[in-house]
Design a protein around this ligand. Structure first.
Ligand SMILES: *Cc1c(COP(=O)(O)O)cnc(C)c1O
Length: 387
C-alpha cells in the first residue's frame, strides 16, 4: 500500500464532496453572491434566505432555537466570544472568577490567561488520571464569585469524555453560566440543547467535513439573560454580537456538513468503534505499549498511545505514508510537552513517547490493518536501530 493514509481527523477533516458542491453556488455572478445584509434587492434577500435556512437546519440538529446561534469564524472565535464576552462585564469588579480545567484546548486556556490580566481569577479543576473532571471538586470551587464555568466535552488529545449533563446540573443549581467546547463532539454525538443545562457551546465546521474558517457559538435564550459583550464591532450582524458580512458559502458548507454528519452519525460511531478496537487489539501486545486516558470512557474517534523508550517524532517520521500526530500540535515552547498528558501524571519521557491516532469517515479497515502491521514493524525496527 503506497497510498497516503490520513489518521489525524481530530486536527481537521477533508471537505465532503457534497459540501463543496453546495458551497459552489455561492460565489459567482451566476450564484447567490449577494450581501445578506442588503435587504433592498433580491441578491441580498436570496443570500439572507440561504443563511436563515442554514441557521434553521443547524439549530434543528443541535436542538436549539434558530435565534440562539451566532455564526463565527472558528471554534476559537466562539470560545473567545463566550469567555471574554462574559468576562468583560466584570472588569471593574473584585474577586470574580472563571472555573475551567487544566486540559482545555489552547483556545480556552489562552483566553483565560488573557482575562486573568484584566483581574479575573482563573480556577483550574484537576482531572483524574484518565482526564475526567472531578465533579466533587467542581462543586466545592463554585462560589457566588464565579461568573462562568468552561469545560470541554471531549478532549482533543486523549478523547476522554466529560459528563456535561452533570456539570450542567451543578452549574444550574448554583446559577452559574456554563460554556462547553464541543468541537470534538458536534457532528459525532447527539445534542439536544433545549434539554441540556448548557448556556454557551462552541464548535467548528472543519472537524466534521465542513470548510475551515467557520464556526458557531450557541447562546441559550432563557429567562436568565446572558449579557455577552461583542469582540468585533461594526455593521451589527448577528444581533450585534459579531459584526462583519456573513460568509455565506462557509455557512452553507457548515450546514450541509452537519446535516450529512448527523445522518450517518450512529452508523459511523459503530463502525469507528470497531476500528479503534481493531487497532488497539493489534498493538496492545507490543512490549512497552501503553494507553493514555481510558479506552471505555473516551470518544471512539481518538486514541492516544505510547511506546516506552521510543521518541514519538522518530516513530511518526518512520511511519512515512501514515499521517498521525504527537498528541499536541506544538507551536511554541510553552506547549512543547503536552499539558494534557502531563495532567494524567505522565513523566516527560512518556509524554514524548506518545502519539495520537484519530479516525474518520474515510478510514477503512484495510488502512487500520496496514497501520497495525506498520506500527509493529517500525517499533521493532527502532528498538533494534536506536536502543
Ligand atoms: C480544533 C479544536 C478547537 C479549535 O477549533 P478551530 O475552529 O480550529 O478554531 C477548539 N477546541 C477543540 C477541542 C478542538 O478540537
Amino acid at each position: 500500500m503506497k497510498k497516503l493514509i490520513y489518521l489525524d481527523y481530530a486536527s481537521t477533516t477533508p471537505v465532503d464532496k457534497q459540501v463543496l458542491k453546495d458551497m459552489k453556488n455561492y460565489f459567482t455572478i451566476k450564484g447567490i453572491f449577494g450581501n445578506p445584509s442588503s435587504y433592498l434587492h433580491s441578491f441580498g434577500i436570496n443570500a439572507k434566505n440561504a443563511i436563515e435556512n442554514a441557521r434553521v437546519n443547524i439549530s434543528d440538529i443541535i436542538g436549539s432555537k434558530k435565534e440562539e446561534i451566532i455564526f463565527t469564524s472558528s471554534a476559537t472565535e466562539s470560545i473567545n466570544l463566550a469567555i471574554k464576552g462574559i468576562a468583560f462585564n466584570y472588569i471593574n469588579y473584585k474577586n470574580k472568577n472563571i472555573i475551567t480545567s487544566l486540559i482545555e484546548h489552547k483556545a480556552v486556556l489562552e483566553t483565560c490567561n488573557f482575562v486573568k490580566k484584566l483581574g479575573i481569577k482563573i480556577i483550574y479543576i484537576k482531572n483524574s488520571c484518565i482526564g475526567k473532571i472531578n465533579l466533587n471538586i467542581l462543586k466545592k470551587k463554585i462560589t457566588n464569585k464565579t461568573i462562568l464555568v468552561s469545560i470541554m466535552h471531549i478532549n482533543n488529545e486523549i478523547g476522554t469524555i466529560n459528563d456535561i449533563n452533570q456539570i450542567g446540573c451543578i452549574c444550574k443549581k448554583k446559577n452559574i453560566f456554563f460554556h462547553v467546547d464541543a468541537t470534538q463532539s458536534v457532528g459525532k454525538y447527539l445534542f439536544n440543547l433545549k434539554n441540556m443545562n448548557i448556556d454557551l457551546l462552541s464548535f467548528s465546521a472543519h472537524k466534521f467535513y465542513g470548510p475551515k474558517g467557520v464556526g458557531v457559538l450557541y447562546i441559550k435564550d432563557n429567562k436568565k439573560k446572558i449579557n455577552l459583550l461583542p469582540l468585533i464591532h461594526g455593521g451589527e450582524q448577528e444581533n450585534g454580537l459579531r459584526s462583519g458580512t456573513l460568509a455565506v458559502h462557509q455557512i452553507i458548507g457548515m450546514s450541509t456538513a452537519l446535516r450529512i454528519a448527523n445522518s450517518i452519525m450512529e452508523k459511523e460511531k459503530k463502525r469507528i468503534t470497531l476500528l479503534k478496537q481493531k487497532l488497539w487489539n493489534g498493538i496492545k501486545n507490543i512490549s512497552g505499549v501503553y494507553l493514555n486516558g481510558s479506552f471505555k470512557n473516551s470518544s471512539p474517534y481518538i486514541i492516544n498511545i505510547g511506546f516506552k523508550n521510543i521518541f514519538n517524532k522518530i516513530l511518526i517520521l518512520e511511519m512515512k505514508n501514515i499521517a498521525i500526530s504527537t498528541s499536541s500540535a506544538c507551536n511554541s515552547n510553552k506547549y512543547y510537552l503536552s499539558y494534557v498528558l502531563k495532567s494524567l501524571g505522565l513523566n516527560p519521557k512518556l509524554i514524548q513517547s506518545s502519539i495520537r491516532i484519530s479516525f474518520g469517515k474515510f478510514t477503512t479497515e484495510k488502512e487500520i490493518d496496514y497501520t497495525v502491521k506498520k506500527l509493529n514493524l517500525i517499533v521493532k525496527k527502532i528498538k533494534k536501530n536506536y536502543l
